[in-house]
Design a protein around this ligand. Structure first.
Ligand SMILES: *[C@@H]1O[C@H](CO)[C@@H](O)[C@H](O)[C@H]1NC(C)=O
Ligand SMILES: *[C@@H]1O[C@H](CO)[C@@H](O)[C@H](O)[C@H]1NC(C)=O
Ligand SMILES: *[C@@H]1O[C@H](CO)[C@@H](O)[C@H](O)[C@H]1NC(C)=O
Length: 618
């Protein structure tokens, strides 16, 4: 159409428009502009003169609002400045503090240690807000967002698309601005299903639907690709947490979280993972890039530490593939260096199929004393202590009172009185906490609507507003305690998963959280959280401010960090003492959150601060 229209036009004008024709055009355009300019300025004058009274009243109303606003602020902050913090530069769009390799090298870390987490090195005091990339879009809702993400939301290079060959790392470019994972492609999707089924059979299960019954409820997936195996396990009711090293581009953790799958940055380099001992029922590594036999097997010792008795270590790697199914090939792989360590760790090679090996940790604590006396020693002291990035230890953490084999776990979804006693928890206290949170969660979930910031905000317990719903998928409980918040949102059948954080220095309830089938980590909130910007839809912090104050670290840094990890339009729910909530409200305005204080109206000294991060474009 267009081309024919164009050719008609050129017919009229003739093939070569003469110069005076063009000049005429130019002059008439200039005249037109001049005419329009003068007429529009005169209409503008008449409009403003007509509207003068109105403008005035508008102005007055505006001024009233402003004073209101100022008073509101000065009430809570006194005379402190009201400045909103500036935005960081473009180079910080995907900024993860503590992982600055250049700075680490300068500080003298080497031998791979430069890729590890070093918060002391990159402690900078640049008070700025991390800005989303130019073409950032609010992620698609769950479950669509599991299979399709916006490519502008993550940092990934063209090369990484091309090299994404391995089973767990396949993705494809759909449209220009979308990345699709597996499900769009039947063949690839079946790969992961078959693989999961194969692992179930290797354990001796009929299918992967039986994982949960068999006690395999919590899996750590090291170097998870982009989380497709974990996504499949989640659909089988198994909690799978992805852990992978920091990657500046094409990050496994960033992409998994963008899809709405549990993931966290973590390294096998020189320090322990931020999990307690005896946490996971299965540790999985498919081409995860770790050379397990290195450093006297210290990485295998770390896997042993976090595995529960009777738990499985699954290793899939094409390099271990025997050339044929012959006896000699089998024997050769049995003699592989990893198997040598396995025996010293009291692990049993359950089976080997194709490229997949499976070992099982012993269920017998006496196994350790039956080994050669000069073998890897059992650690002295309390192996149940909080392992917050402690150096990797060349000893086995061995037995403690939580030594309950995976296979002995009850398949019931809730913990028994007996289980609670193992964790030193008074059952009544636990049940009451759960019940409280069920009520609380029901009440404040309905507050999660921009309506809350209007003149007629919703009150707790008001009926739910209309959608948007399912906008919330990645949730963090910054001070998880017994995990009652996690239990409550699951109970209410929200389609979310919760990263339960147990702050260093708080009561160590993390083992209890893992035993409920939840995921979590230890974290020191005086430091940045090991995740990418814009990875959580909701942050929940009950009593965290009180804890932070007692730890003497900066609330401003905490708010900057909350802003960094929160997605645009994400929510923050803070519950604390009124005095701290007032302070927090001020900080919330500094990081440009919409914020509202809500009275619990039960006569307590506690308030809720409900915030929403705005979607601000450059
Ligand atoms: C990383 O550290 C180097 C050297 O200290 C510094 O120049 C650079 O700005 C840092 N990068 C980021 C993203 O902070
Ligand atoms: C686990 O279960 C087996 C068989 O039911 C039982 O013999 C064993 O004592 C149990 N072990 C523990 C630590 O509860
Ligand atoms: C008020 O509610 C909060 C949150 O449920 C609770 O922690 C607190 O104990 C309650 N206070 C009173 C006095 O009931």
């Amino acid at each position: 159409m267009r081309s024919s229209w164009f050719s008609k036009l050129s017919l009229i004008l003739g093939p070569r428009p003469p110069l005076n024709w063009l000049l005429l055009c130019l002059i008439s355009i200039l005249v037109l502009i001049a005419l329009l300019g003068s007429s529009s300025s005169s209409t503008f004058d008449s409009i403003t003169s007509n509207l003068k009274p109105d403008t005035y009243t508008n102005y007055r109303r505006l001024k009233e609002q402003t004073t209101d606003y100022l008073e509101l602020k000065s009430l809570s902050v006194g005379t402190v400045g009201l400045s909103e913090l500036p935005f960081c530069g473009k180079e910080r769009e995907n900024y993860v503090p503590c992982y600055n390799v250049t700075a680490n090298l300068l500080a003298g870390y080497d031998n791979g240690d430069e890729f590890d987490r070093h918060c002391d090195v990159s402690r900078d005091q640049q008070y700025c807000l991390v800005h989303p990339p130019k073409d950032y879009k609010i992620p698609l809702r769950w479950p669509t967002g599991k299979d399709v993400i916006w490519s502008g939301n993550v940092k990934i290079s063209k090369d990484q698309f091309l090299s994404s060959g391995s089973m767990t790392k396949r993705l494809m470019l759909l449209e220009e601005n979308q990345i699709a994972f597996h499900s769009e492609d039947r063949a690839l999707n079946d790969d992961v299903k078959d693989y999961s089924h194969q692992i179930a059979e290797m354990i001796g299960l009929r299918s992967d639907s039986d994982f949960f019954q068999a006690g395999v409820q919590n899996v750590l997936d090291i170097g998870c690709g982009f989380g497709s195996f974990g996504a499949h396990l989640l659909s089988r009711n198994v909690m799978a947490t992805c852990i992978a090293a920091y990657e500046a581009s094409g990050s496994q953790v960033q992409l998994a979280l963008e899809r709405g799958l549990p993931a966290i940055i973590g390294n096998f380099i020189s320090r322990q993972l931020p999990f307690p001992s005896l946490s996971f029922d299965m540790v999985h590594c498919a081409q995860c890039g770790i050379i397990w036999e290195e450093k006297d097997g210290i990485f295998l010792i770390e896997v042993d530490r976090i595995l529960k008795p009777g738990g499985y270590f699954v290793l899939t790697s094409p390099s271990t593939k025997p050339h044929a199914n012959s006896l000699s090939a089998k024997r050769a792989s049995m003699l592989s260096p990893i198997q040598g360590f396995a025996e010293r760790l009291c692990w049993k090679l359950v089976t080997q199929e194709d490229e997949t090996f499976m070992w099982q940790k012993t269920i017998d604590p006496l196994c350790y004393s039956s080994r050669k006396s000069n073998d890897i020693p059992v650690c002295k002291g309390n192996s149940d202590a909080q392992s917050y990035y402690q150096p990797l230890l060349p000893c086995l953490s061995g037995n403690n009172r939580r030594w309950i084999p995976v296979q002995n776990k009850s398949s019931a979804t809730s913990l028994s009185i007996n289980d609670l006693q193992v964790h030193g928890v008074v059952p009544e206290e636990f049940l009451e906490d759960h019940q409280n949170w069920r009520t609380m969660t029901r009440d404040f979930w309905s507050l999660l609507t921009p309506l809350i910031f209007s003149d007629h905000p919703k009150r707790p317990g008001d009926e739910d507003p209309l959608p948007p719903y399912n906008m919330i998928r990645n949730v963090m409980d910054m001070n998880a305690h017994f995990g009652s918040f996690n239990a409550a949102v699951l109970d209410a059948q929200k389609s979310v998963w919760v990263m339960n954080v147990v702050p260093v220095g708080a009561r160590n309830t993390l083992p209890l959280l893992f035993d409920q089938g939840f995921t979590g980590v230890f974290h020191d909130w005086c430091e940045p959280f090991p995740t990418y910007p814009r990875t959580y839809d909701m942050l929940h912090a009950n009593g965290l401010l009180s804890h932070i104050i007692s730890e003497r670290c900066s609330l401003t840094n905490l708010f900057l960090e909350m802003d960094r990890i929160l997605r645009p339009e994400g929510w923050v729910i803070i519950i604390d003492k009124t005095r701290l909530i007032e302070k927090a409200r001020y900080l919330a305005t500094q990081v440009r959150f919409e914020a509202r204080v809500i009275d619990l109206q039960n006569g307590s000294d506690q308030r809720i601060l409900l915030c929403q991060k705005q979607f601000l474009r450059r």
